[in-house]
Design a protein around this ligand. Structure first.
Ligand code: MN
Length: 259
């Protein structure tokens, strides 16, 4: 039987603790190839590098990992580059383990989740794993993240995309695993305005997340109750309900014979 191939990436950078934990956990269950950004790319979303050349560097590997590359670009660059250059056909593209939550609207900003999106765009099953808090619980995130990734009851189709968030708790205090939808979590007072030594203003993105309209079946609620949250995401952002309304509206125009 051929072994499963895991392509592992992240947005915290190739030397981050989270990607190491993830890769070392997965290596017991299949082949692991790592390709991750040279420096941290948190909050870079789905950015790609178009106007400057990319360079990839092959790094040493340890403990059974098949290959490890770093690219001086974004998480999406890494996934695109490694799939093409090594002609990989991964069974799963996994991004993480991110140090910090990727809940609700975070997925739109997150390099971690965007790397998984890129895997799905390229036609592979993909998942993002994030730890919602302190690095001391990275082992909890690795254990539960990998448990979900390896759950053979899950039907991984070519564009399956799971966003997994693990609460920052000791292993034994995790309450279980919940399937969730994305919450509406936004940031308030996002910029701090300060003055530099020459009296000019500068701005530093800070702010705190505020949950608007929290519901029991959503990711934020699950994690705050001590559950691992698993949200299935779609590449297709089409609002189906609004589409039906618009279709009718424009069809009406046709029928009234306007020109
Ligand atoms: Mn990050």
């Amino acid at each position: 039987m051929t072994q499963r191939l895991f392509l592992v990436t992240n947005d915290d950078g190739v030397y981050a603790e989270g990607i190491r934990e993830l890769a070392l956990g997965l290596v017991k269950h299949g082949r692991v190839v790592i390709c991750a950004p040279e420096v941290e790319q948190s909050g870079k979303g789905h950015a790609i590098t178009v106007y400057r050349p990319l360079r990839a560097t092959k790094l040493d590997v340890q403990e059974g990992i098949e290959a490890r590359y770093m690219v001086n670009g974004t998480p999406a660059d890494c996934v695109k580059w490694v799939l093409q250059e090594l002609e990989l056909e991964p069974d799963l593209v996994v991004s993480g383990i991110n140090l910090g939550a990727n809940l609700g609207t975070d997925v739109r900003y997150s390099g971690t989740v965007s790397a998984a999106f890129e895997g799905a765009i390229q036609g592979f099953p993909a998942a993002a794993v994030s730890l919602c808090g302190s690095r001391e619980y990275m082992d909890t995130a690795a254990a539960f993240g990998i448990q979900v990734l390896l759950d053979n009851r899950i039907q991984w189709t070519p564009r399956t995309l799971l966003n997994i968030n693990v609460p920052a708790l000791p292993m034994e205090r995790v309450q279980g695993i919940r399937a969730t939808s994305l919450s509406m979590r936004v940031y308030e007072d996002a910029f701090e305005k300060r003055q530099d030594p020459r009296g000019r203003h500068y701005f530093w993105l800070a702010g705190r997340p505020v949950v608007v309209d929290s519901q029991d079946d959503q990711d934020y609620h699950a994690v705050s109750q001590g559950f691992v949250s698993v949200s299935p995401l779609l590449l297709d952002l089409t609002d189906r309900q609004a589409l039906t309304v618009l279709e009718k509206l424009f069809l009406q125009d046709d029928q009234t014979g306007r020109d």
